[in-house]
Design a protein around this ligand. Structure first.
Ligand code: ZN
Ligand code: ZN
Length: 402
């Protein structure tokens, strides 16, 4: 490594080591004041305040809920522009931990670690701002509405990716120990398609079903049929899952209602597989409608594209992480998830990579992401900015060699 890079990393590590209490304080502040997707105005104001204090020029998104910093330029006009993205939204969950800085917003909780993502990015930005001779240009993106899959699109429309050559993000991983990271090339999260099914019948007296068209009976049959027939018609070599997460219908025990509504989601690593499953779902609905003389309407809504880490970028960053954390602490073959992640919208446009950072506690088990008792190990957080900075440095050097 050139002398200049070594010195940069030495200064950066020193700054970050000293900034660790600040990093943790930011995380606690954001954790204690969580905002739901699309309502992150307070969180954005807090981040803006810290950025302004460090003279980092930035703008707040049109709806007040996200932040895009200006591109902080390297003196080298040919230097690559790397964007760093953190999501900042919380979930509609009532926190049940007993940490002293637990949420004071009833029914809202940072249960996906976005508080930590925002705090790590904020600290990274402050650290990078100390340097005026970096071999790369950079921008920080504090993105709202990840949990609802809307925020990335919103900020891209507001110019977040303009003049950006590459993008990097990280997500905490409570299944991985502190000091460990995951960087896997290729598909990471699923194409997500939600659906709503309306089963319309003709209500009547519970004692005389023959005089009605019973939508509950039809819906019950349809659910069984979906779970039985749909996986049998899909190629088992292509991961796909369908789940019905909501069923609603009827008011009382002795009345057959007119309508039952179902809501669910289809997840697949390949878009075509989800589309194929959608047409099977429509076919099964038509058949059920015919069998029960009901009227069944299915509507789909595409939520998220599948997210894939750029192969070259992921390989390069895995190399950096192995050098920094030790080869045994970096996993590069994590299986993909059928969950969704709107980082997909960025990497569809510029090469990018999302890495996962271990935040488990060595001595106790924690519950998964999106649970009311989720906690993360703050001692792991300093690794985030150090790793991000190393990845950026490496990426710019690697690019300089081509
Ligand atoms: Zn989440
Ligand atoms: Zn998340």
């Amino acid at each position: 490594m050139e002398q200049q890079s070594i010195e940069f990393l030495r200064r950066l590590d020193k700054y970050l080591d000293e900034a660790e209490p600040k990093l943790i304080a930011y995380r606690r502040q954001i954790h204690q004041h969580p905002d739901l997707s699309g309502q992150e105005r307070n969180t954005a104001r807090f981040i803006s305040h810290v950025l302004a204090g460090a003279a980092i020029p930035h703008r707040i998104a049109a709806n007040g809920c996200g932040i895009i910093t200006d591109i902080i330029r390297s003196p080298d006009p040919a230097a690559p522009v790397i964007a760093l993205r953190a999501d900042i939204d919380a979930l509609p969950i009532q926190e049940e931990t007993d940490i002293p800085f637990r949420s004071n917003n009833p029914g809202v909780m940072h249960a996906c670690g976005h508080d930590a993502h925002a705090a790590m990015l904020l600290t990274t930005a402050l650290a990078l701002k100390q340097e005026d001779n970096l071999p790369f240009s950079w921008r920080a993106i504090f993105q709202p509405s990840e949990e609802e899959g809307q925020g990335a699109q919103q900020l891209i429309q507001e110019g977040a990716l303009e003049n950006v050559d590459s993008i990097l993000a990280l997500h905490v991983d409570p299944n991985r120990q502190l000091g460990k990271a995951g960087i896997t090339p290729g598909p990471r999260t699923a194409f997500c398609r939600d659906f709503q099914i309306e089963v319309r019948g003709q209500g009547g007296h519970a004692a005389r079903p023959y005089a009605t068209i019973d939508p509950i009976a039809a819906a019950a049959h349809l659910i069984t049929l979906i779970y039985q027939a749909l996986p049998r018609s899909a190629d088992a070599r292509d991961p796909m899952v369908i789940t019905i997460g909501m069923i609603q219908g009827g008011h009382t025990s002795n009345v057959i209602p007119d309508l039952v509504t179902l809501k669910g989601t289809i997840r697949a690593l390949r878009r075509e597989v989800a589309i194929e499953a959608s047409s099977t779902l429509e076919r099964l609905s038509e058949a059920t409608a015919q069998a029960f003389r009901a009227d069944i309407k299915v509507e789909f809504r595409n939520l998220l594209n599948g997210m894939a880490n750029d192969e070259l970028t992921a390989h390069a960053w895995a190399e950096v992480a192995r050098e920094f954390l030790g080869p045994e602490n970096v996993v590069s073959n994590d299986p993909p998830s059928l969950g969704g992640e709107d980082f997909a919208d960025y990497v569809a446009r510029v090469p990018g990579c999302m890495l996962t950072l271990g935040v488990a506690f060595p001595d106790r088990k924690v519950t998964p992401l999106h649970t009311a008792t989720f906690e993360l190990n703050e001692a792991a957080l300093l690794t985030g900015p150090k790793l991000l900075a190393r990845c950026m440095l490496h990426w710019s050097r690697k690019r300089a060699r081509v």
